[in-house]
Design a binder for this molecule. Sequence first.
Ligand code: SAH
Length: 450
Amino acid sequence: MVKVGDEFIVRIETLNHQAQGIARIDGYVVFVDYALPDELLKIRIIEAKKEYGRAEIVEIVEKNPHRKKPECPVYYECGGCHLMHASYNYQLEIKKMLVEDAFKRIGKLSPKINPVIGMENPFRYRNKVQFPVGKDKNGIKIGFYKKMTHEIVPTSFCLIQHEDSDKVIEAMARIIKKYEIEVYNENLHTGVLRHIMVRRSFAFDEMMILLVCTKVPDRIEDIKNELVSTFPNLKSLYVNINNKKTNVILGEKDILIWGSPNIKDKIGNLLFEISPKSFFQVNTIQTEKLYNQVVKFLKEVGGKIIFDLYSGIGTISMFVSPFCEKVYAIEIVKEAVEDAKKSSLKNGITNVEFILADAEKEIQKLIKKGIVPDTVILDPPRKGCEKELLESLIATKVKNIIYVSCNPSTLARDAKIMADGGYEVIEVQPVDMFSQTYHVENVTLFRKRE
Ligand code: SAH
């Protein structure tokens, strides 16, 4: 029996879907944090469940040649990044392997998977961050949650964020003290300030700050003045009200305290208006490469009538609009659809119809009206598509489906449903949108078998 505290020498076979090393002790599977394939490690068991265990590295006996020292000093405490101990090229190889594994294990498929499209500079790429705020005996803490806990690891910078968000941490630490803002205590459910969210445009010198609070802080006028004078590029300041006992970061209500309701950013030549609740890909630079891949597949398969399901603020719809007659963009968040309409006007795009609806219900309606797509683009949240939606698509016999996914596991699950429904996976193009983490985005082209 493997017990917590036991130590073993193991060889890492491969990585699991969260890029943890997999080792076996007499058949018992152990996941080893921060391990790399083929390494020989001395490990210590930190969790021993019936089905599997977790371990930490005590000593690296034989190291993978791609192992390197992580650039971030809090990398091993903070749960935000997972692969900073591997060279960047090797990170890309690992991600390709994770996609292959997911297709094989979950989808029972072995499609053509291209090398991952990487970044030139895989740091400082994120345009959005949410810092939890808390307090302990040493004082105020702003930072990130420690892996699998709600303990805050304080940090004054984050290497995958835009530099401006470091400056916001610094300014808010000062402002919290100066105006005696009571920070939230998760256990007691007391206090005011819970999270600080920053969105920073890459194309424009514009920033949005959103303070997630249980109520509007008493000295909001002073806080506003201080932030406005500290950040000449602050374009928009919100308080979001979240007074529930919940892990969900944002509450329902956004109160605009100062400035414009939106900030804008650009992908390629297109301009986008972004509000607090709208989904906008976090890596602006790679998003252009991602959408270009969607366009590439669309040009290969052609198609006049396109459905863009899960369309967010209409980014993909607008990107593909020059290459087809009409796009029907379907999105369930009201603010996102409003942003999409504003942006399409600014971009002079007239062949996209933005529909506020549940994708599954709306496609039925459109098809009943006789509007049948030639190609469907899907870009669902991490949980993937509802089975009913895929079944409806299979029933329409639509020829081509371009599936954009940020989760290889749900992509593979959905690919199996599509394959069983008569579709072939033609090509998978992974794109690295989340460098230093195990996450990987994929664009997959499906075609109906003749
Ligand atoms: N295609 C966009 C957004 C992708 S994120 C982009 O590239 O930026 C997924 C989007 O699906 C989110 O905007 C979310 O609000 C939306 N969504 C989630 N469930 C939905 C549903 N049932 N019907 C329509 N949209 C949904």
